[in-house]
Design a protein around this ligand. Structure first.
Ligand SMILES: [Zn+2]
Length: 253
């Protein structure tokens, strides 16, 4: 797992699987962990990373309900998990889904974990809205389209956008089963003004981007989605895995 500091108050840990990102944000005596790495050793390391960096843990947040983003309780078993209303609704509607999908992944790759995942008490946060932290706040904005749920987090004092599964340098826009192209396009347009003022953009998968690079990806992703079903894949994202996602997208437009 790679850990980089973006700002005095913001660290990003990136999982060795799918480059899934986990953003650690501090303000004063509070610290939230947004999304999660995936592998057991990465999750086990997280509390020590916070402690050594002087980030006093407060709670967990997640961008959306896909299982690979909500594993934080495996690192902080007693923590509360705060999510946008749409994500809370998705978790409530299918209570066992996350644990089931995690188990399927672990079975496929022979991954052993010290304990099963329990999401505990999920707290629904109003979106748009904000989450108080120290004497400041993190802004919450709707980010659906990849899935039916989703929240982007704007950390204003660090000019950092944590957007979930959008603006990835390694993954094309993925319209999953509950997602929609129109909602995805609306989310990209909603994120645009934040991208334009961002110093850092943390996508759900892949390296942290500066504002310019994120704006370029946003342009490519708008063009890709608007051109579906006849879209060309962005030049840097044409691997077999991306073509497979593209094929699934074609079935959804
Ligand atoms: Zn994801």
């Amino acid at each position: 797992m790679r850990v980089v500091g973006l700002h005095r108050d913001v660290l990003v840990a990136t999982s060795r699987i799918w480059q899934t990102t986990c953003t650690i944000v501090r303000q004063g005596q509070e610290c939230f962990v947004i999304d999660s790495p995936i592998l057991p050793d990465e999750l086990e390391l997280l509390p020590a990373i916070l402690e050594h960096s002087g980030f006093p843990f407060t709670g967990l947040l997640a961008t959306h309900a896909d299982w690979d983003h909500v594993l934080g309780r495996l690192a902080f078993p007693k923590a509360a998990l705060g999510v946008g209303e749409t994500t809370a609704a998705r978790l409530t509607a299918a209570p066992g889904a996350v644990a089931r999908e995690l188990r399927a992944f672990d079975d496929e790759w022979y991954v052993e974990r010290p304990a099963p995942l329990s999401l505990g008490q999920v707290q629904a946060l109003p979106v748009p809205g904000h989450c108080a932290i120290g004497d400041d706040e993190i802004e919450l904005h709707p980010a659906d389209g990849h899935t039916a749920d989703g929240t982007a987090f704007w950390i204003g004092w660090a000019n950092t956008l944590v957007c979930g599964d959008y603006l990835s340098p390694v993954e094309i826009p993925w319209i999953s089963e509950s997602g929609s192209r129109d909602a995805y396009l609306a989310t990209l347009r909603r994120l645009q003004p934040f991208v334009e003022q961002a110093e850092h953009v943390v996508p759900g998968h892949g390296a942290v981007l500066d504002g310019l690079r994120a704006a370029a990806i946003l342009g490519e992703d708008l063009a890709y989605l608007e051109a579906l079903p006849d879209a060309e894949l962005p030049i840097a994202r044409r691997s077999a895995a991306q073509r497979a996602i593209h094929k699934k997208n074609l079935a959804r437009v």
